[in-house]
Design a protein around this ligand. Structure first.
Ligand code: DC
Length: 219
């Protein structure tokens, strides 16, 4: 049985940044589960399916084969044999992932894959339902959050650094909508597991957050 650290929280809380650094420090494998939902989202988008067309999504899930591989220690996502890692991070894909992640068949498709990854190896896995559904027996559970304003500012700065312009108001609106969608869905909604440690990163540096979590993990 691997040593399992589960980090859940809303979009933009810094889960992936923190999880990656923690993985490096502790020698764990980092599993970004949002990338799996994004992989399926690309499958739906490529087929021209709309998120509202639940029937078509459920049908399309059947012929999607999503695989996670590690190349030079970096996670790669394969969809039906093709590496689609470079396409995962767009807003379009993120919105489609959030909209379709509420469909039970979509979640079921990815559940065993995630569980199996954590079975044999030491992992830090981030997502929305890791501590509540995927790894309910995780050794350490973290619910990482930050205010909407802080998360929007971080995203704004990330986009600005890439030379993309977007208004802060639009980003805030997007984040609020995404939170609402992720927290109110019936299947595996985003919520803090009872035994998760709450970490609010609004006024913490990245180093402080990593240290706070690392201190909760074994040796
Ligand atoms: O973490 P992310 O932004 O890459 O995730 C994209 C969407 O995938 C997110 O809005 C909700 C969904 N997701 C999920 O439902 N459960 C997870 N464990 C991870 C992501």
């Amino acid at each position: 049985m691997g040593y399992n650290v589960a980090i859940d929280g809303p979009a933009g809380a810094g889960k992936s940044t923190i999880a990656k650094l923690l993985a490096k420090e502790k020698g764990y494998i980092y599993v970004d589960t949002g990338a799996l939902y994004r992989g399926l989202a690309i499958h739906f988008l490529d087929k021209g399916i709309r998120a509202e067309d639940t029937k078509a999504v459920i049908e399309a899930v059947k012929d999607a084969d999503v695989k996670i591989k590690y190349e030079d220690g970096i996670q790669q996502i394969y969809l039906n044999g093709k590496n689609i890692t470079g396409r995962l991070r767009s807003e379009e894909v993120g919105n489609m992932a959030s909209a379709t992640a509420k469909i039970p068949e979509v979640r079921a498709k990815l559940l065993m894959l995630q569980k199996n990854l954590a079975k044999e190896q030491d992992v830090v896995m981030d997502g929305r339902d890791i501590g509540t559904c995927v790894l309910p027996d995780a050794d350490v559970k973290i619910f990482l959050t930050a205010s909407v304003r802080t998360r929007a500012m971080r995203r704004y700065e990330e986009l600005a650094a890439k030379g993309e312009s977007c208004s802060l108001e639009t980003i805030e609106k997007d984040i609020t909508e995404r939170d609402e969608q992720d927290m109110t869905r019936k299947t595996a909604p985003l919520k803090k597991a009872e035994d998760a440690h709450l970490v609010d990163s609004s006024d913490m540096t990245i180093e402080e957050v990593v240290k706070a979590i690392a201190d909760l993990c074994k040796g």
